[in-house]
Design a binder for this molecule. Sequence first.
Ligand SMILES: C[S@@+](CC[C@H](N)C(=O)[O-])C[C@H]1O[C@@H](n2cnc3c(N)ncnc32)[C@H](O)[C@@H]1O
Length: 246
Amino acid sequence: MELFFEIHKDLPREGPGDSDSTRRAFRKLAALPDEPAILDVGCGPGAQTMDLAALTDGIIYAVDTHQPFLDHLQQKVIDQGQTRRIKVLNQSMKDLNFSPASFDLIWSEGAIYIMGFEAGLRAWKHLLKPNGYIAVTELSWLKPDAPQEIQAYWNKEYPAMKTLEENLNIIHDCGFYLIDYFVLPDTSWTEEYYQPMQKRVTILREQYQRDPEKLAQLDEALEEYELFKQYSVWYGYVFYIMQSKI
Ligand SMILES: C[S@@+](CC[C@H](N)C(=O)[O-])C[C@H]1O[C@@H](n2cnc3c(N)ncnc32)[C@H](O)[C@@H]1O
């Protein structure tokens, strides 16, 4: 676990994503008030939090449970003079401490999987104001009959992963209108996530060159990137943008 955090410490993102996709999803929210109350769930180091702050005059509550990520984000918030509009809080997505109907928008990039797509939507819905919005990214199968190697990998790493169509049905069953969805581009995996991680792994390989166990763990950390290069047509992160029916 320690090496995991050494790899991930101070990376710009903790999962695939990119500013253009954040903007693209945000622009779909036609009826958002001028100063919306926004909850950013599983904010990590907060790349999307800062993008949201640039897109709106609202207040953003950014929550996560890993304090080093929150400290990283808090420093950015201070450096950019955003302490009035961005509140960084250590809270679990499984037990969010806000009153019902607090938010116009709940945002979550690469984190709803921790509860499960459906469980997260159901658990967070009561925090929305009437007809509030949820926008999340979720790893999804994009095509049927993926090759065995990649199926086996994701069945081990994320057995609850659904197809895009299954997630659209869940959105409907949970009482939301689907506004739109789109697949994140490959660069939001490669340039924004895997390549910064690869650079960090290269430095750590030097540091641990005499520690075969750590070297093996470092190789393992890049296994997902190697598979992505071969199999990315079969799966992807999908931005799902929805609005509560009530
Ligand atoms: C894949 S990362 C995505 C982070 C960020 N949204 C991004 O795209 O860079 C998932 C995040 O969920 C956080 N997390 C894990 N369990 C959590 C929980 N129970 N409540 C809130 N956040 C949690 C992790 O610390 C991590 O920052």
